[in-house]
Design a protein around this ligand. Structure first.
Ligand code: 5RP
Length: 221
């Protein structure tokens, strides 16, 4: 299903232009397909949203913009961990939420590719909200985050997971969220918070793959 979603995204790509390259297992399949297009002569340039996506795209021979920006992205294609009825998102399961949000904001069009397991009526029902925090004082930041839900320091192999920028991640178990925009603003206001995995109003099109094929949902404006 992830492959079906990634393949369906290809029809949204320009003949020539700049493409945001998401992070995660679904985006990884998409990047492989972009590599095939580039090998076939398509003039696409990528903006990767993580070190992993950069390494993958480089290995495939996809030309890339430098990390410094500025970026003028025609279309960004990325995955998500949870998609609400209103097409708001929780992202950051792969820990790349900061770069993903920067590239998302630099894109004229944002396309999200998911399988149907990611759909839920209200954000926070199936996923905790990933919050990237600065290392300095992270336990103090976590104490402040506890107002919004139970924060758990993300670990990998028993040690704190470290983001591409050297930050840490707390996954904040909020439960179903009443107002995601309000929560995003409140989390952003906590000193030490670098970025949150709430993407409110940031998906233009969501491609949902089901066993019966991929279907598109377009955000109402
Ligand atoms: C990474 C992300 C991913 O897009 C999200 O975790 C979905 O990943 P997958 O496609 O592997 O389910 O936000 O930070």
């Amino acid at each position: 299903m992830k492959r079906a979603a990634a393949a369906a995204a290809l029809q949204h790509l320009p003949e020539a232009g700049v493409v945001g390259l998401g992070t995660g297992s679904t985006a990884k399949i998409f990047i492989d397909l972009v590599g095939e297009l580039v090998r076939g002569g398509r003039r696409l340039v990528g903006v990767p949203t993580s070190k992993a996506s950069r390494a993958q795209a480089e290995a495939l021979g996809v030309p890339l913009l430098p990390d410094d920006g500025p970026f003028e992205v025609d279309v960004c294609v990325d995955g998500a961990d949870e998609v609400s009825d209103g097409l708001d998102l929780i992202k950051g399961g792969g820990g790349a939420l900061l770069r993903e949000k920067i590239v998302n904001f630099a894109a004229k069009k944002n396309l999200i590719i998911v399988d149907a397991t990611k759909l839920s009526t209200r954000l926070g029902t199936t996923w905790a909200v990933p919050v990237e925090v600065a290392r300095f004082g992270h336990a103090a930041t976590a104490a402040a985050l506890a107002r919004f839900g139970r924060p758990t320091l993300r670990l990998r192999d028993g040690a704190p997971f470290v983001t591409d920028q050297g930050g840490l991640i707390y996954d904040v178990a909020t439960g179903p969220i009443d107002d995601a925009a309000d929560l995003e603003r409140a989390l952003d206001a906590v000193p030490g918070v670098v970025e949150t995995g709430l993407f409110v109003g940031r998906a233009d099109v969501v491609i949902v793959a089901t066993p019966d094929g991929a279907r598109e949902r377009v955000r109402a404006r």
